[in-house]
Write a protein that binds this ligand. Structure first.
Ligand code: TXA
Ligand code: MG
Length: 321
């Protein structure tokens, strides 16, 4: 099918060079990563970073993740430690973000880190993100390419669903493999998971051989984007349901689920990675189809299920009594 969206571009060499030019002119573009699509701009430029906050309607107190192509470049902006090196060797490039202390020599815009002395850094695995970063001389600040509090996009069309034609340049890297955002781990003190992801606490502690803390709701919010309504399809979401109410959409998985117009099966095989992969795009589809609410079956709370439940809890926040 011919692509009718004029702002979606194939990730060929010519278009990667166009993306590079755009970024060097302090404009923002959308790039695919293995987790979700990101709204990307030059992390060294206040002008570009301001545009990211503006398009995302993101409050300035909520800092952004900075994406690098390699360790050497990353070290220019953050101070690495032993824990980081171990995790880097085990999981990078990949769906994991590290909070590290800012290198005093760093040129990263203070807006990126909400004036904190720490920076969230990540080396993405997706070949398009990686090839684009290779072409550039600067790292890319890139939050998920959605309006603040909404669902992250996992395809180029999802990005169009979020922003219409407001974003002029979207690199199409197909459906994201993971489908939910990266694991975030704070390595500035005792290793602390700030956001669950496909790289689980278990996998991380195996590598570090150390106790890892999970950042529960604390008085001191380490990651401002962690709380309250988030990952929302814009309609009420209810968790741990056995069946839908009348006219409601129902998200479930496994072979036992009967098919019907309002039933959305995320994985016939009951594979939780597949559930994660289909979650956002299915919730988006349900909203587009005009359903007024979504009930979701119980998701087992292990492996990537922990990350899925974390997202659903926040998507359900506003409607929870
Ligand atoms: O998978 C991902 O991580 C995607 C792709 C595009 O890389 N990005 C993403 O970014 O999810 P974003 O901005 O939607 O989520 C970043 C989270 C926010 O909750 C933010 O508060 C937290 O990271 N964060 C960023 N810098 C931080 C810092 N210095 N300290 C603590 N939390 C930080
Ligand atoms: Mg986000």
């Amino acid at each position: 099918m011919k692509n009718i969206y004029l702002n979606i571009y194939k990730p060929n060499n010519l278009n990667l060079r166009k993306a590079k030019q755009s970024i060097n002119n302090n404009n923002i573009i959308v790039m695919p990563t293995e987790t979700v699509y990101g709204l990307a701009g030059n992390a060294y430029s206040d002008k570009a970073v301001k545009k990211i906050f503006y398009f995302k309607k993101r409050p300035y107190f909520n800092p952004l993740i900075v994406h690098f192509n390699n360790l050497k470049d990353l070290k220019k902006d953050v101070i690495v430690n032993d824990m980081f090196i171990k995790l880097y060797k085990a999981f990078c490039p990949g769906p994991i973000t590290f909070i590290l202390n800012k290198n005093p020599m760093s040129k990263i815009s203070n807006l990126v880190s909400a004036n904190k002395n720490t920076i969230a850094v990540r080396i993405p695995k997706h070949y398009v993100a990686s090839n684009l970063l290779k072409l550039l001389k600067v790292p890319l600040a890139a939050p998920s390419a959605n309006i603040s509090t909404k669902l992250s996009p996992t395809s180029a069309l999802d990005v169009v669903d979020e922003f219409g034609s407001k974003i002029k340049f979207i690199l199409d890297g197909g459906r994201c493999k993971v489908g939910i955002e990266s694991t975030i781990i704070d390595l500035t003190g005792i290793p602390t998971i700030l956001r669950h992801g496909s790289i689980s606490q278990e996998k991380i502690s195996k590598v570090l051989r150390k106790k890892i803390i999970i950042n529960k709701k604390s008085k001191k919010i380490k990651s401002p984007g962690q709380l309250k309504l988030h990952y929302s399809p814009g309609i009420p979401v209810f968790m741990n349901k056995k069946r839908p109410k009348n006219n409601e959409a129902f998200i479930a998985f496994g072979k036992k689920i009967k098919s019907a117009k309002n039933i959305f099966n995320l994985s016939y095989d009951g594979n939780l990675n597949e559930v994660a992969n289909n979650l956002y795009t299915t919730m988006r589809k349900i909203k587009q189809k005009g359903f007024n609410s979504i009930s979701v079956c119980k998701i087992p709370n292990h492996g990537i299920g922990i990350a899925i439940n974390e997202r659903l809890k926040k998507a359900a926040y506003k409607w929870k009594k």
